[in-house]
Design a binder for this molecule. Structure first.
Ligand code: GYE
Length: 341
């Protein structure tokens, strides 16, 4: 826990020497003052958390979960950096954490590629990196300690299987089913897994046709825009797959503005991933048919990993969280009463 914070000053000075003053200012911006760091490093486990952004309800709940877990009362000092949906911001945040000699880096990587360099720097500095929520693609798995998150491919398959059973129950099992997908941020683990899982189930259904797939970047505003384009381009859409809740809210808005209907009593089936409270409420209103859960409460999971590492115990390389799904055939009002996200 105790580190030589003096190195921070030396490293910052070295950064200035190689990249010039403007860049030095940028590099060291956001760093804690030396005195404060020296104090917290003695007393707390210092955790640097580089978050993707604040693009969705899921993301807000996920940030809150880590912030509520890594508190000073619990023995942690949390350095939180919002990447604002830009990988370059996250790379800078991780480099700052390395300069600050944090004890652990928690990284939620926006996309899977492009991390090897910075993770090698963390490894060289002896700082364990825990990937939370999204993962990375690398030839060298030793660059990170472990990953905790969702099995996104299983989520995608669950959605496909749900759609198959739903259509079958309504006597539409053999009908041509025209589908559009609002994808998440392209290249992110959540997008890749959900797209792939759903595609696996599609392969078993020759009568399902994917008309189009486009990214709405996991936001409500872009979800609405993409759905508007789909509605203009295709007359007969049977099902809309939204790779998160917020894009589904945008899609529902677009559908209603176009004078069309969706949900269990409408002409378009809408399904989404995350299943946050607002999605369950939209199901109660009859706007969305089903939501496939993605658990945002990763703070306690990451803490368990850190505690194992503190005790010198080995940790599993991949740790998946438990998840389920909800649809309008369930008693959603009661489920909502006991739901924490
Ligand atoms: O589904 C979406 C968020 O990576 C699981 O990111 C996460 C996804 C989540 O923006 O709402």
């Amino acid at each position: 826990m105790k580190k030589t914070w003096l190195l921070l000053l030396t490293a910052a000075a070295a950064a200035g020497a190689v990249c010039g003053c403007a860049e030095q200012a940028e590099q060291t911006e956001g760093l804690l003052p030396y005195e404060e760091l020296a104090e917290v490093s003695d007393e707390y486990i210092v955790v640097g958390f580089s978050q993707v952004g604040s693009e969705s309800d899921w993301r807000m709940a996920n940030t809150a979960s880590l912030q509520e877990t890594f508190t000073e009362e619990n023995g942690y000092y949390l350095l939180y950096e919002d990447g604002q949906q830009k990988q370059e911001n996250q790379l800078k945040a991780v480099r700052n954490f390395i300069l600050q000699e944090v004890d652990y880096i928690v990284l939620d990587p926006i996309v899977e590629t492009g991390w090897d360099g910075v993770l090698q720097e963390a490894k060289d500095a002896g700082i364990p990196v825990i990937l939370s929520d999204r993962s990375i693609e690398t030839a060298n798995e030793d660059l990170y300690t472990c990953w905790v998150g969702s099995d996104f491919t299983a989520e995608g398959e669950r959605a496909g299987e749900w759609l198959s059973a739903y259509l079958e129950n309504r006597g539409r099992g053999k009908e041509e089913i025209r589908i559009v997908t609002l994808q998440g941020t392209l290249g992110s683990t959540a997008q890749i897994g959900r797209t792939e899982g759903f595609a696996r189930v599609m392969e078993e259904h020759e009568n399902w046709k994917m008309l189009d797939r486009q990214s709405g970047d996991f936001t409500q505003a872009k979800g609405e825009e993409v759905m508007e384009q789909f509605l203009e381009a295709y007359d007969d859409i049977d099902a809309v797959v939204c790779e998160n809740d917020n894009m589904a809210f945008g899609a529902v808005d677009a559908i209603q503005k176009a004078g069309r209907t969706c949900g269990p009593d409408g002409d378009m089936i809408v399904i989404c991933f995350d299943a946050m409270q607002a999605a369950l409420e939209a199901m109660v209103k009859g706007e969305i048919n089903a939501a496939f859960e993605c658990n945002p409460l990763l703070g306690p999971e990451v803490e368990e990993i850190i505690q194992s590492l503190e005790r010198g115990e080995p940790v599993e390389k991949i740790r998946y969280v438990e998840e389920t799904y909800y649809d309008t055939s369930m008693d959603l009002e009661s489920i909502l009463k006991n739901r924490s996200y």
